[in-house]
Design a protein around this ligand. Structure first.
Ligand SMILES: Cc1ncc(COP(=O)(O)O)c(C=O)c1O
Length: 398
């Protein structure tokens, strides 16, 4: 079956929830993907900030094979397994947090944090049940996480949504403060907004949120699903800003590509849930936990985060040169580490498609941002290749 026929079969049977690019990938090595007809693509999407170690990473493969060889692929949370115990210690230590609940995705991690917030609010009388989130945020597609998402386009046609969410303006402390009432139990924020357009929070904003949460006895929750796990140049974005939350949600790169999510709690938030309050059959799955152990090891012991900062600065400087070269099309470059966006004055779709044709995978964020979230192991030479392709594409638009 050739690639075209495979795509036709995919279209026939896969529910049409994505507008999928007409390519079928069959293998990967380093930061390069290969399609079923042998064409190679340099990957600056990384499974949307998932494949932090690229493809075919030897350490990750060895860790996962170790679990497969043991025969214990999965064991119920009614019991302990070695990998979950190791992964829990490693991720809590790396994040400077107290405890962790493992699940399978970002949306599920946020659901856990939302339930935790509500139970925290139920300690007060009358109960406090409202959560403040941000306009242009993205927290997932399940009912709770999509209601928390401050973008109307994700809500359309899905009402009635769960109640109790209020949307403040990102980086506008006054707008958050105006929404706080005796009903509020938590504030949920992405330290660096991802889907909304790669928009970093200001340090003053996060500091202000911390102060408001302390003053009003609210939980401060960071959604680090996209910006966590080394992406910002620090293991966690809170360490970049030096403003610590009470709860962190993680997924995407957490297990290097094996589906995995987590909610980390500080001491203050660690005694809210009791046995029976929350659960996930696959949470703490041995295969995923081996991935978490490998990721945490690489982030804590190999200097990877420093490399991410350095390579990120290099990428931003190269993209900055394109902003100077094409002032009519490129407006600005922003981001931290290897989570970067170039603001365009045209819809990014055309650029994404032209890059794809030239063998470079990039994606959009928000309505006008070209997003670069490559594997954290990308090299400077590969950054040069990617920027050259973007340059060639922008030249054709000017
Ligand atoms: C910040 C953030 N939170 C949550 C999610 C949802 O994660 P998942 O798709 O694993 O449910 C995403 C996905 O893009 C995200 O970027």
């Amino acid at each position: 079956m050739n690639m075209k026929q495979k795509i036709e079969q995919g279209r026939e049977y896969l529910l049409g929830t994505y507008s999928q690019v007409p390519v079928v990938f069959s293998s990967g090595e380093g930061c390069t993907l290969t399609d079923t007809e042998g064409k190679e693509y340099l990957d600056f999407v990384g499974g949307i900030a998932v494949n932090a170690l690229g493809y075919g990473d030897k350490g990750l493969t060895k860790a996962l094979n170790g679990v497969l060889d043991s025969g214990l692929l999965h064991c119920s949370n009614l019991y302990y397994n070695n990998q979950a115990i190791e992964a829990a210690k490693a991720i809590c230590t790396l994040a400077g947090m107290d405890k962790v609940f493992f699940c399978n995705s970002g949306a599920e991690a946020n659901e856990a944090a939302l339930k935790l917030s509500r139970k925290f609010g139920h300690r007060s009388s009358p109960a406090r049940t409202r959560v403040i989130t941000m306009v242009d945020s993205f927290h997932g597609r399940t009912y709770g996480s999509v209601a928390a998402t401050g973008q109307a386009k994700y809500h359309q046609n899905f009402d009635p949504l769960p109640q109790g969410f209020q949307y403040a303006l990102f980086n506008d402390l006054g707008s958050v403060e105006a929404l706080i009432s005796e009903h509020t139990c938590a504030i949920l924020v992405e330290p660096i907004q991802g889907e909304g357009g790669v928009v970093p929070a200001t340090k003053a904003f996060l500091q202000g949120l911390r102060e408001l949460c302390d003053k009003h006895d609210l939980l401060l929750i960071y959604d680090e699903v996209q910006c966590g796990m080394g992406r910002s140049g620090k293991p966690f974005a809170w360490q970049l800003y030096e403003v610590k939350p009470d709860v962190i949600t993680l997924a995407k790169a957490l297990a290097g590509g094996v589906p995995c999510g987590a909610m980390l709690t500080s001491e203050r938030a660690s005694d809210i849930f009791s046995p029976g309050d929350h659960a996930s059959t696959f949470g703490g799955n041995a295969l995923a936990m081996a991935g978490v152990c490998e990721m945490t090891h690489r982030l804590s012991e190999t200097g990877l985060c420093n490399e991410v900062s350095e390579k990120g600065a290099y990428l931003r400087s190269k993209l900055g040169q394109l902003v100077t070269k094409y002032p009519d099309t490129c407006k600005a470059v922003r981001g931290f580490g290897l989570m970067n966006g170039m603001v365009l004055s045209t819809p990014p779709r055309e650029v994404v498609e032209a890059c794809f044709a030239k063998g470079l995978l990039v994606l959009s964020a928000g309505s006008d941002v070209l997003r670069f979230v490559p594997p954290l192991v990308i090299s400077k030479d590969e950054i040069d290749v990617a920027v050259t392709i973007v340059d060639e594409v922008l030249a054709t638009l000017n």
